[in-house]
Design a binder for this molecule. Structure first.
Ligand SMILES: [Cu+2]
Length: 498
């Protein structure tokens, strides 16, 4: 059995004062060069973004009231403010990321999607345990240019709390639309969020993206090689801002919720001199906080953790080097690419004032009984593979040797049964597998048993997950969350008949 961890516990990074000072200097220079900062224009309702050195800011937050949240999301191309210039991208209601939606278990969420793009789009609520049928989380429906559709999601009364997100899922256009900016956070809160340490913390939601930066729709084009490798931009943005600065005080409990909304980029994240006290993985909260030195977030994954600043200083939050493998075809030149190696990048800076003892962490979160892996009645092997591609043809990206066909059902599972899936990756690059609607349990070597909906399967390795097909029937998909791979066909259809 080969359980693998997507959240890895390494040794603590040895502090590197030289490097830290250097990054701090760059941050300070950026701040003085871009005095405009980040602010909300009350007339346009848009965030004006400096390319570098702005304060941390979050999208507009829309919260449910009396069990309901209803809103319109208008997807449209826009020239997004970028320093004293603009960059081309896609926005929801004029902004990227779109609004953060805060709801509770039992709520009804209604979203009127308007498509002002020149291609089909639609909406997926990533990680929500809601119906994939009818007007629910139905990714088979496509909304044509100029069209609209009303989505209605009944969030179960026993839904786990945590960070989820929404983005388009119209097969064939997903990677460019998400890369161009169409994403937003969904936060589900419950009694865990009311624990004194949680409620008293400084909560921040981070949407990480690496959009193409430039003018005109041509920036959304990607070469065949870029699509096979999975497109990556040159800059990492936090809520649309490059290298924001977080200002906080020693003794404050910072709580960060992070979603990797990049179409392909992996983030191996670490904060100088501060362990990360994990509270939740992408499927929900864990039993009690666990300290790690770094986390790896593949596309689609989320994490929630505490940071406990206690000493004054400026600390870099960085994406460390990560090699997610690559094509490595090595034939005829030109196809070597660079593989998927990401270089180290500064993501944000935390500036701490004062000197105080670190704040206390909550002793417990969810009841450990909710994390017990149930016995399974069926086992299944899924194989993620790459093949073909000779003679100048595009390489194929497959699950069980098949390319996506929405009219074909690949897996049928019984409602309220439990299956164990072994996901094998026979290719030389990592693929993060995401299953819609039904989260699964993973025995993480560091965190113990956790709920997840997206799991990285490293190159030439395999992982096992246990999936309870609980309560909600329907037909939907599982796929690689390197979204170019999904668009190229690395997706299958699962049906859980009611
Ligand atoms: Cu993939």
């Amino acid at each position: 059995m080969s359980w693998r961890s997507s959240l890895t516990l390494g040794t603590m990074q040895t502090p590197n004062p030289t490097r830290r000072r250097f990054l701090g200097f760059v941050g300070a220079a950026g701040a003085s060069a871009w005095l405009a900062g980040c602010f909300r224009d009350p007339d346009a309702g848009r965030i004006t973004v400096s390319p570098n050195g702005s304060s941390f800011a979050e999208p507009e937050v829309l919260s449910s009231e009396s069990g309901r949240l209803e809103l319109t999301l208008r997807a449209e191309p826009n020239d997004i403010p970028w320093g004293d210039s603009t960059r081309y991208g896609y926005t929801y209601n004029g902004n990227t990321p779109g609004p953060t939606l805060r709801v509770k278990p039992g709520d009804q969420l209604t979203i009127h999607l308007e498509n002002q793009l020149d291609a089909d789009t639609n909406l997926h609520t990533h990680g929500l345990h809601v119906s994939p049928s009818g007007n629910g989380d139905n990714i088979f429906v496509r909304v044509p240019p100029g069209g609209s559709r009303t989505y209605s999601y009944q969030i179960p009364a026993d839904h786990r709390s945590g960070l989820f997100w929404y983005h388009p899922h119209a097969h064939g256009t997903v990677a460019p639309q998400v890369a161009a900016g169409l994403a937003g956070a969904i936060v589900i809160t419950d009694q865990i969020d009311e624990l004194p340490e949680m409620a008293g913390s400084t909560e921040r939601t981070w949407i990480l993206s690496d959009p193409p930066i430039g003018e005109g729709s041509g920036i959304l084009d990607a070469s065949g090689m870029d699509r096979m490798q999975g497109r990556e931009g040159n800059k990492v943005l936090v809520n649309g801002i490059e290298q924001p600065d977080i200002t906080t005080q020693a003794g404050v409990l910072e709580r960060w919720r992070i979603v990797n909304a990049s179409s392909s980029r992996y983030y191996r994240l670490g904060l100088d001199d501060h362990p990360l006290h994990i509270v939740a993985t992408d499927g929900g909260r864990i039993a009690k906080p666990v300290s790690v030195s770094e986390i790896l977030l593949s596309p689609g994954e989320r994490a929630e953790f505490f940071v406990r600043p206690s000493k004054p200083g400026s600390y870099a939050f960085r994406a460390l080097e990560y090699d997610r493998g690559g094509m490595g075809m090595g034939m005829g030149g030109g196809m070597m690419g660079g593989g998927g190696g990401s270089e180290e990048l500064a993501v944000a800076t935390m500036t701490v004032t004062g000197d105080a003892a670190p704040a206390a962490l909550p002793a417990g979160l969810v009841d450990a009984d909710t994390l017990i892996v149930p016995a399974h009645s069926a086992s299944r092997v899924l194989e993620l593979g790459m093949g073909g591609g000779g003679g100048g043809q595009m390489m194929s990206f497959t699950i069980d040797d098949k390319i996506f066909d929405g009219d074909r059902t690949d897996i049928t599972a019984g409602l309220n049964t439990v299956e164990e899936w072994e996901i094998r990756n026979t290719s030389p690059m990592d693929h993060p597998l995401h299953l819609h609607v039904w989260s699964f349990l993973v025995a993480d070597e560091t965190l113990g048993s956790v709920w997840k909906d997206t799991i990285n399967v490293p190159a030439n390795q395999s992982v096992k997950v246990v999936v309870p097909f609980a309560a909600i029937p329907g037909r939907t998909v599982y796929h690689c969350h390197i979204l170019d791979h999904e668009d190229l066909g690395m997706m299958g259809v699962i049906d859980v008949p009611g």
